[in-house]
Ligand binder design. Structure first.
Ligand SMILES: [Fe+2]
Length: 435
């Protein structure tokens, strides 16, 4: 698709419009050069320089980095922790809410009773063993999580009773609503998403056994790649970064994020997620290869503006390209990486959440103590993008197929005890768009 300069971008029609590409540009380097020059020109036309705008973001982020470093030095838990009981009762303290929005990530303690989570974990083992999954396993369908040897750690299993029971549970719906509520979902007369209806985004399971060695996953983020700079909708979502009003950038504003196109890729998530998340199915200590984040939602502004500075080649977006996760690295983002912070110890039934734009990584581990088992369940509220994806999810659910965002492995099509439509409750039916 060729660039077009038609149309307006964002709230400043007097500034020069940005070229945009609604599908992946054929010549990536040329498109990067063109869009970077246009964003620079647009910022300059607002009366500010790119350096000045970036400095505002850098100061804001540096203050947060210093805060995180101070908390670590004082031995405090960087990650906010909130009891499920307080979310259910509506008694989360103002201080905890402030910390959640400041850090953009959360551990929900006791999201499910520990016995429930352990029973789900055992149920998954019965489900895969009963269906002879390990005998029929053909190896990783993608290399997103790296090679895992003969027995997988990531199970490409989506429709177990355990997963579906968790996805459609009242406790999950309540936490998702609470987390969605941290975002601004209405503005300018538009409802960008429904905070009280989740689209049941189906994802996989990880079961990492005792004694495992794992290289972990490097720091990266998942919301998109070059499309974040190049589609009209994302240019509007990030409008304040590109039009000289950077002080107004709000990482919790969902405007223009829930309907636009995305560039396809093996790591793409078709759904709009407010938070990524998983539910622990085993106890995990903080030093056993667990999740880390850069717990600073505003870091996204830094990541988006950093490629515009003069020391980055004109055809380079600090290493971001299509079909690979968006990397965060020491070359361009060393300030941010100083704040990398791991989750505290969790027990089975706790859940872990992080803002969809947040840099995250998984630490390496050798000879892991205990199991490392999780069900990936995010908060993906109902919106045009998620409604569109739900149509294919519904089909995958009914046939036991792998969902469209994942490799076409389809192990569960012939598994008789997968979760069936008759067992859906109201939340499940609404999430799949059946009601
Ligand atoms: Fe990720």
């Amino acid at each position: 698709m060729t660039a077009t300069s038609a149309g307006t971008t964002g709230s400043s029609p007097t500034l020069p419009a940005l070229p945009h590409w609604e599908s992946t540009p054929a010549d990536l380097k040329a498109a990067i050069r063109e869009v970077k020059a246009a964003i620079r020109a647009r910022i300059a036309a607002s009366g500010r320089s790119v350096e000045e705008v970036f400095a505002v973001v850098e100061r804001r982020v540096a203050a947060r980095v210093a805060e995180v470093e101070a908390a670590k030095a004082a031995g405090e838990t960087v990650w906010p922790v909130i009891d499920y009981a307080d979310i259910e009762a509506g008694t989360v303290s103002a201080g905890d809410l402030t910390k959640l929005r400041r850090r953009g990530c959360l551990v929900v303690r006791g999201h499910f009773p520990r016995e429930q989570a352990l029973a789900w974990d055992a149920g998954i083992v019965d489900y895969v063993e009963g269906n002879r999954f390990f005998e029929s396993y053909r190896g990783p369908g993608d290399d997103f999580f790296g090679s895992v040897g003969s027995k997988p750690e990531i199970y490409p299993v989506y429709w177990s009773p355990a997963q579906m029971q968790a996805r459609q549970s009242d406790r999950m719906a309540r936490v998702q609503s609470f987390l969605n509520g941290q975002w601004k979902h209405e503005s300018g007369g538009v409802t960008w998403f429904d905070p009280d209806r989740d689209s049941l985004y189906p994802d996989r399971i990880r079961r990492r056994p005792e004694g495992a060695d794992s290289a972990g996953l490097g720091t990266h983020l998942d919301p998109g790649t070059l499309d974040l700079w190049m589609t009209e909708a994302y240019q509007q979502a990030f409008r304040h970064l590109f039009d000289g009003t950077v002080e107004q950038y709000d990482p919790w504003d969902a405007a223009h994020r829930t309907a636009g196109p995305q560039y396809p890729g093996t790591t793409m998530c078709s759904a709009f997620r407010t938070f990524q998340g998983w539910t622990a199915l085993s106890d995990m200590d903080h030093d056993q290869g667990v999740l880390h984040t850069v717990p600073i939602p505003e870091a996204m502004a830094y990541l988006m503006l950093r490629p515009l500075l003069d020391d980055v080649p004109d055809d380079d977006m600090c290493g971001v390209t299509v079909n690979q996760v968006f990397p965060a690295n020491e070359t361009w983002h060393s300030l941010l990486l100083r704040a990398v912070s791991g989750i505290p110890d969790v027990t089975a039934g706790d859940s872990v959440w992080w803002h969809a734009d947040m840099i995250h990584s998984v630490a390496p581990v050798t000879n892991q103590r205990g199991w490392g088992n999780v069900m990936y369940i995010p908060a993906a509220p109902w919106c045009p993008r998620n409604e569109a994806y739900a149509a294919s999810v519904r089909e995958a659910f009914l046939t036991g197929s792998s969902p469209g965002d994942f490799p076409e492995e389809h192990y569960e099509r012939t598994w008789p005890d997968r979760f069936r439509a008759e067992s859906l409750n109201t939340t499940g039916r609404r999430g799949l768009g059946l009601d």
